[in-house]
Design a protein around this ligand. Structure first.
Ligand SMILES: Nc1ncnc2c1ncn2[C@@H]1O[C@H](COP(=O)(O)OP(=O)(O)OP(=O)(O)O)[C@@H](O)[C@H]1O
Length: 701
C-alpha cells in the first residue's frame, strides 16, 4: 500500500519565492505568482523564478499575465503543464478601486478523527501520514492514506503529485482559522464596495456545511462573517457621517429549481424561538412548499431572481435568525457518506448599502455565501439518485465553466473576462471578451441554474474565494482528486473586479426616499389628527380630514402634488421594469406577492387617489347601467306590437336599430369597466385592508 515517492515529487518547488510566502490577511496583497497547482516531472525544466516560468510549448507573445498550454489539463495530459507568467503580484488592488488577481482557492481536509494524534494528514511533520489499522479487515492490516501535506500551500498525493493552492489547511484547523484566511478579508472588501463571493465545494460529507454554518460547538464562516460585518458597520456608523443598510436574501437550488428559503414557513418559524443548534447548523426538514423562482437578466446585478424575499436587518442576531429560518426549509437527506446531506445548493446573499449622509451618495455591494451540495456517486435510493443526478449535473456545469474560464479566458493583456454589466451592457451573452471586445469563447453559464446565478461573480463582478473540502481517506481518493482538479482550474481563473459604483441619490433614489419619508410623516400627522378629532365631543364642529389636508398644505411642509408625482413616477418605473420582464424569456407572471409588494410601496396618498378614481369608475358604471336600462325600456316600447314609432321618437325602425347598437356599445363599456375594477380589487386589496376607512365602496354589490 505504501509506495515510495517518485523522485520528481521530491524536487524543490519551482514556484517563485513570493509564491511560498505566508498569505497575508487580504487577497489584495496575497502573492500567488505560481499558477501551477500541480507539480509533475514536467516541472523540472521550469525556471525557479515563478515570474519567468513558461512551459516549453509556449509560443505566445510575452504578456503580463497569460496562459500557456492552456488546453492542457495537468491530470489528463501528464507532462504538459499550464504556467502563467506574471510580472506583478497576482492578486492586488489597483488604485484601491480595482481588484486584479484570480479566484482564491483554499483546501480544507476533513479530519479523520477527533483525536489529532490519529490523524496525520494535517501535520506538517512527519512528512508522511502514519499507517493506521484498516477497518475493512478488522484492523489486522494497516493502511495509510495517500495524501499528505507538506506546507500550508501544498497537498500531495503519493502517486499523482503535488497540488499547490493559496492555502491548504491542516485537517484539525478550526472554522475560526478558515474564516480568518478566507472570509474575513472578503468582508473587508465588501465594506469598501466590492462584491464578494465565497463558496464551499467538495464531495458529499467532506465538511462544506460544517465549514459554512458550523455547529453548536463551533461557529461556521457564515455566523462569524455576519458578526464581523455588523461590528464594522456599527463602528463605521458611530462616526455619524454614514448610514448602512443590510438586506438578506436566502435561496436554494434544488433539482434545478430555485426556491426562496425566507418565504416558506415564515410565520411558523417566527412563532418558534430559534435554538442555537438551529441557528448555526440549521439543516431542518424540508417542507418543499414554496414556489419556484425564475431568473432574469438585470442591468444592475447582472442576474436577478424575480420575487426573492429581501429582509432588512438591524443586527447580526436578526440576520442569523433569518438564516436559521431559511435553514429549516433547506432540503436534506441521507447519503452513503453523510447522514444529513444537503440536497441543494444554498446561497445566502447579503447586500450592504452605505450612504454618505452629507452628499447623499450611496454604494451597494453584495456578499454571496454559497454552500454547494456535494458531488456523489450513484446511490440505490431513487429519490437520492434523482437529486444526486441534478447535483452532479450542476457541479459538472460549474466545472465546465471554470475549466473554460481558466483555460481560454486569459486574454493577451492578462485581464480576464470582464463581461460585467457595466462594461459590456450585457453580462449574459455567455461570451467572454477580450479588451478589444472580440468574443473569444462561449462560456456555458446557461447550462445550469447554479452557473447562471454565479455568472456575474465568475465573469468579473465579484472577488471570489472558494474553500474546497476534501476527504483524504483512501476510498474517497477519486472524488478528492476531482475536487482538487476543480480547485486547480479555479486557481487559474483570473479576475478583474471594480468596486461597485457610487450612486448619486440627489437626483433620483435619494430624493424619492426623502419624499417617501416626508409622506410617511405626513401620514402619521394625519393619523394623529384623525384620532384627535375622533376624541372630540362634537366631531361635526372640528376640522374635516380635508381641512387637515389643507392645513398641512398651508404649513408649507409638503407639496402633495409633487409627492404624488414622485409616487406616480415610482409606479411608472415599476411598470417599466415589468415590461422589461415581459421581454425576457425566463419571465413569469406577476406574482401575487409582487403585487402586494408594489402596493405596500405605494404611499398613502396614491392609494387615496386611486380609490377616488375607482369610486368615479363605480359611479360611471352605475350611470351606464341606468342609461342602458332606459334604452332597453325604450326598445321594448318600440317593439311592442301596434306601437306607433312616431309617437316616441318620430324615427321609427332606424332609431330602434340605433338604440340597439348603443346598447351593445354600453354593454361592452360596462364589461371593460368591470374588468378594470376587478384588477383594482386585486391590486389594492392589501391597501384597502390596511386602510379600511378609505374603502367604503369595497362592500359587495
Ligand atoms: N472539519 C471538521 N471538523 C469536524 N467535523 C467535521 C468537519 N468536517 C465535517 N465534519 C463532520 O462531518 C459530517 C459531514 O459534514 P457536512 O455535513 O458539513 O458535509 P457536507 O460537505 O456539507 O456534505 P453534503 O454535501 O452531503 O451536504 C458532519 O457531521 C460534520 O460535523
Amino acid at each position: 500500500m505504501i509506495q515510495k515517492m517518485s523522485p520528481s515529487l521530491r524536487r524543490p518547488s519551482t514556484r517563485s519565492s513570493s509564491g511560498s510566502s505566508n498569505i497575508p490577511h487580504s487577497p489584495s496583497v496575497r502573492s500567488t505568482s505560481s499558477f501551477s497547482n500541480v507539480r509533475t516531472n514536467s516541472i523540472r525544466n521550469a525556471s525557479n523564478s515563478g515570474s519567468k516560468s513558461v512551459s516549453a510549448s509556449s509560443t505566445r507573445s510575452s504578456s503580463p499575465l497569460r496562459s500557456v498550454s492552456a488546453k492542457s489539463d495537468p491530470f489528463l495530459h501528464p507532462g504538459k503543464i499550464r504556467v502563467r507568467r506574471s510580472n506583478s503580484t497576482n492578486n492586488c488592488l489597483r488604485k484601491n478601486d480595482t481588484y486584479t488577481g484570480s479566484i482564491t482557492v483554499t483546501i480544507r481536509p476533513k479530519p479523520r478523527s477527533t483525536v489529532a494524534s490519529h490523524d496525520n494528514v494535517g501535520l506538517k511533520s512527519p512528512r508522511y501520514s502514519q499507517p493506521r489499522p484498516n477497518p475493512q479487515n478488522g484492523g489486522n492490516t494497516f493502511v495509510r492514506d495517500p495524501w499528505f501535506i507538506t506546507n500550508d500551500k501544498t497537498i500531495i498525493h503519493e502517486e499523482i503529485g503535488e497540488f499547490e493552492f493559496d492555502h491548504v489547511f491542516a485537517s484539525h484547523c478550526t472554522n475560526l482559522e478558515v474564516y480568518e484566511r478566507t472570509s474575513k478579508p472578503m468582508i473587508d472588501k465588501l465594506l469598501v464596495g466590492f462584491n464578494a463571493t465565497i463558496f464551499a465545494y467538495g464531495m458529499t460529507g467532506s465538511g462544506k456545511t460544517f465549514t459554512m454554518s458550523g455547529n453548536e460547538q463551533e461557529l461556521g464562516l457564515i455566523p462569524l462573517s455576519v458578526s464581523y460585518l455588523f461590528s464594522n458597520v456599527m463602528e463605521l456608523s458611530m462616526n455619524g457621517d454614514k448610514k448602512f443598510d443590510v438586506i438578506i436574501s436566502y435561496l436554494e437550488i434544488y433539482n434545478e429549481r430555485i426556491y426562496d428559503l425566507l418565504e416558506s414557513g415564515l410565520e411558523e418559524s417566527l412563532s418558534r424561538p430559534s435554538t442555537p443548534s438551529r441557528l448555526y447548523m440549521g439543516k431542518g426538514n424540508s417542507n418543499g412548499l414554496s414556489a419556484e423562482l425564475k431568473i432574469r437578466d438585470d442591468t444592475q446585478y447582472g442576474v436577478k431572481v424575480i420575487g426573492l424575499t429581501e429582509r432588512r436587518c438591524e443586527s447580526s442576531e436578526e440576520l442569523l435568525k433569518w438564516i436559521a429560518i431559511g435553514d429549516k426549509s433547506r432540503k436534506i437527506g441521507e447519503t452513503d457518506y453523510n447522514a444529513r446531506s444537503s440536497r441543494s445548493h444554498a446561497i445566502v446573499l447579503i447586500r450592504l448599502t452605505s450612504t454618505d449622509l452629507e452628499s447623499g451618495t450611496s454604494r451597494s455591494s453584495t456578499l454571496s455565501l454559497c454552500d454547494l451540495a456535494g458531488s456523489e456517486r450513484a446511490t440505490g435510493q431513487q429519490e437520492r439518485r434523482k437529486e444526486g443526478s441534478f447535483i452532479n449535473k450542476s457541479l459538472l456545469a460549474l466545472g465546465t465553466v471554470i475549466s473554460k474560464l481558466s483555460a481560454d479566458k486569459i486574454n493577451p493583456t492578462g485581464s480576464n473576462i470582464p463581461t460585467t454589466p457595466t462594461n459590456t451592457g450585457s453580462s449574459n451573452s455567455g461570451t467572454a471578451t477580450s479588451n478589444n471586445n472580440i468574443p473569444n469563447n462561449h462560456i456555458p453559464y446557461r447550462d445550469s441554474k447554479l452557473t447562471r446565478l454565479l455568472q456575474p461573480a465568475l465573469s468579473g463582478d465579484s472577488i471570489v474565494t472558494t474553500i474546497c473540502t476534501v476527504d483524504t481517506r483512501n476510498d474517497a481518493a477519486t472524488e478528492t482528486i476531482n475536487t482538487l482538479r476543480f480547485a486547480s482550474r479555479a486557481k487559474n481563473v483570473a479576475l478583474h473586479v471594480s468596486k461597485k459604483s457610487i450612486i448619486n441619490n440627489g437626483n433620483n433614489d435619494g430624493e424619492k426616499d426623502r419624499t417617501i419619508e416626508m409622506l410617511r410623516r405626513q401620514l402619521e400627522d394625519q393619523r394623529r389628527l384623525i384620532s384627535d378629532l375622533k376624541g372630540r365631543p362634537s366631531p361635526g364642529e372640528g376640522p374635516s380630514q380635508f381641512s387637515s389636508d389643507s392645513n398641512i398644505k398651508n404649513n408649507g411642509a409638503v407639496d402633495p402634488n409633487l409627492a404624488l408625482m414622485k409616487a406616480e413616477n415610482r409606479i411608472l418605473k415599476y411598470k417599466l421594469e415589468n415590461c422589461e420582464k415581459l421581454l425576457d424569456k425566463d419571465v413569469v407572471d406577476l406574482q401575487d406577492s409582487e403585487i402586494i409588494e408594489i402596493v405596500e410601496m405605494l404611499p398613502f396618498e396614491v392609494g387615496t387617489l386611486l380609490e377616488t378614481k375607482f369610486q368615479g369608475l363605480e359611479s360611471q358604471i352605475r350611470q351606464y347601467r341606468k342609461y342602458t336600462q332606459k334604452l332597453e325600456d325604450k326598445i321594448m316600447t318600440l317593439e311592442k306590437p301596434g306601437h306607433t314609432t312616431t309617437s316616441l321618437t318620430g324615427c321609427g325602425d332606424t332609431e330602434a336599430a340605433e338604440l340597439r347598437k348603443m346598447l351593445e356599445r354600453k354593454d361592452k363599456m360596462i364589461e371593460a369597466l368591470q374588468s378594470a375594477k376587478r384588477l383594482r380589487d386585486r391590486a389594492l386589496k392589501p391597501l384597502t385592508n390596511a386602510h379600511q376607512p378609505l374603502a367604503p365602496y369595497c362592500e359587495k354589490r
